[in-house]
Design a binder for this molecule. Structure first.
Ligand SMILES: C[S@@+](CC[C@H](N)C(=O)[O-])C[C@H]1O[C@@H](n2cnc3c(N)ncnc32)[C@H](O)[C@@H]1O
Length: 237
């Protein structure tokens, strides 16, 4: 059994396909992004770091809403796509297993970290880094695969944190961590965050026209994603 995901840019080979899939598809455009954008709230005039930004789908939306966006991703192709799509953004090729040395302490209003925590081995270090760069009053919005869905697909011990390998439709081979919800919550707590909200989103109604069967499933089963808004705990500086 492998016990690390590693730092090779898994998404690089299918970055363009991911963009096609995630731009208007059910899971990203009609389910994950609406949930996280709602948790982020008004971003006008705010500095938002888009962690594991992929091809800049969040970044584009955030810039359109008036934010200053700094994005990073380990995949050079993803960063190329993000730069093309969102010229107003600032993007870095960066492995999240490494410290965010290019961001000063308390320099960021919001962090969005969508659907990528599961690829990072240095989970605790990364959350500490996100806590460090956030201003007091800032917030981290994190979305992850719903642990129940992971467990239903993978079976075994729900409480065992482990690396799994899957091949998704399109032939995308991926390796990532699965962990019980408690673990993610504890990691946030240990890094100095306070969970303000935790939501189990349902797809937005327009998603029904995109993929009726999956729309109905995501509306009824905890097999998709969940999203957390966490704030720097003011009691712990
Ligand atoms: C499912 S995509 C999500 C992209 C984007 N956040 C979104 O929701 O549209 C996962 C992203 O995580 C990035 N990623 C995976 N491991 C990473 C790492 N160690 N450091 C930085 N980015 C990573 C991938 O390259 C990919 O762009």
């Amino acid at each position: 059994m492998v016990d690390r995901v590693g730092s090779d840019p898994q998404y690089d080979v299918f970055a363009d396909e991911f963009l096609e899939h995630a731009r208007d598809g059910l899971y990203n455009a009609h389910y994950d992004r609406p949930a996280c954008l709602e948790l982020l709230g008004d971003v006008g005039g705010r500095t938002v770091v888009d962690v594991a930004c992929g091809p800049g789908l969040y970044a584009g939306e955030l810039v359109a809403r008036g934010a200053r966006v700094i994005g990073c991703d380990v995949s050079p192709r993803m960063i190329e796509l993000a730069r093309q799509r969102v010229p107003a953004g600032e993007f870095h090729v960066h492995d999240l297993n490494e410290r965010l040395g290019w961001l000063a302490d308390a320099s960021v209003d919001l962090v969005v970290f969508a659907l990528a925590f599961e690829y990072v081995d240095q989970r605790a270090q990364l959350l500490h880094e996100l806590r460090r760069v956030l201003r007091p009053g800032g917030a981290l919005v994190l979305s992850i695969p719903h642990p129940t869905g992971d467990w239903l697909r993978q079976g075994g011990n729900y409480f065992q944190t482990r690396v799994i390998e899957e091949v998704w439709s399109g032939g995308w081979a991926v390796r990532y961590w699965i962990a019980p919800l408690e673990r993610t919550c504890e990691e946030l707590h240990e890094a100095g965050f306070l969970i303000e909200r935790m939501i189990e989103p349902r797809p937005v109604p327009a998603g029904a026209d995109v993929d009726t069967e999956r729309y109905q499933r995501l509306s009824a089963e905890p097999t998709g994603f969940l999203a957390i808004k966490a704030i720097p705990d003011p009691r712990r500086t």
